[in-house]
Design a protein around this ligand. Structure first.
Ligand code: CA
Length: 226
């Protein structure tokens, strides 16, 4: 699984990441709430392992941000807090599971397997716009039945536009959903990604789907430009 471990204690973060990697997981580590937020915004994680006591804030803030997203990232809270009220709060905020420190790596691995089983049962419907099809669960996309080779960010942008198909999406809306807090509104990064997507999605001979609405943003629509 693609994992983000948010843990400020260096020795624990290193040992846990090493153990998870040894069991085939791809693990990024964030040592602060801010770094966790950034990584969640730019990467596509299957699960976040979240410490609550972080130097710059409470991990529950990140949990809330994750649950405000349209995708389904599993969250396992890892914390020294074992009071019943803390556990209930975490679960009420949408944590999938709870592990009290110190925990055994084997137990964390077992919880991850349980999360993965639940994710396999929950599969969002493919998104279909004309002859473009996206499978968000597997992060795969096809145009006219041909698989598209998309980067993580390209897929996230295309998924956002497909979920908003027919609606004009401003750069501000796109950046808020697909880019992180360090997105520079003065940059042309969205335009660059749109151009890349257009080359991959709107193949020669296919009905163009990705349209620029001058002064407003972009729209993914089989009906053509406005
Ligand atoms: Ca901590």
């Amino acid at each position: 699984m693609r994992l983000l471990l948010v843990e400020d204690a260096a020795h624990l973060a290193d040992a846990t990441a090493r153990g998870l990697r040894a069991h085939g997981h791809a693990v990024d580590v964030a040592r602060t709430l801010a770094d966790g937020r950034t990584k969640v915004a730019i990467e596509s994680y299957d699960a976040v392992l979240l410490d609550l006591g972080l130097p710059d804030g409470d991990g529950t803030e990140l949990l809330k941000a994750i649950r405000a997203r349209t995708d389904a990232i599993a969250v396992i809270v890892l914390t020294a807090r074992d009071a019943v009220s803390d556990r209930v709060e975490g679960l009420d905020l949408g944590a999938d599971d709870y592990l009290v420190k110190p925990f055994a790596l084997e137990e964390l691995l077992a919880r991850l397997r349980a999360v993965q089983r639940r994710a396999a049962e929950w599969r969002p419907d493919p998104l279909v716009v004309d002859t473009l099809e996206l499978d968000p669960a597997r992060r795969l996309a096809w145009r006219n039945g041909t698989a598209l080779d998309l980067t993580t960010t390209e897929f996230a942008l295309l998924e956002f536009l497909a979920r908003s198909a027919g609606e004009v999406c401003s750069r501000a809306r796109i950046s808020a959903k697909v880019w992180d807090e360090h997105y520079d509104p003065a940059s042309n990064v969205i335009d660059v990604y749109i151009a890349r997507l257009r080359r991959k999605v709107d193949l020669p001979g296919a009905v163009p789907l990705l349209h620029t609405v001058r002064g407003a943003g972009y729209v993914l629509d089989a009906a053509g430009p406005r």
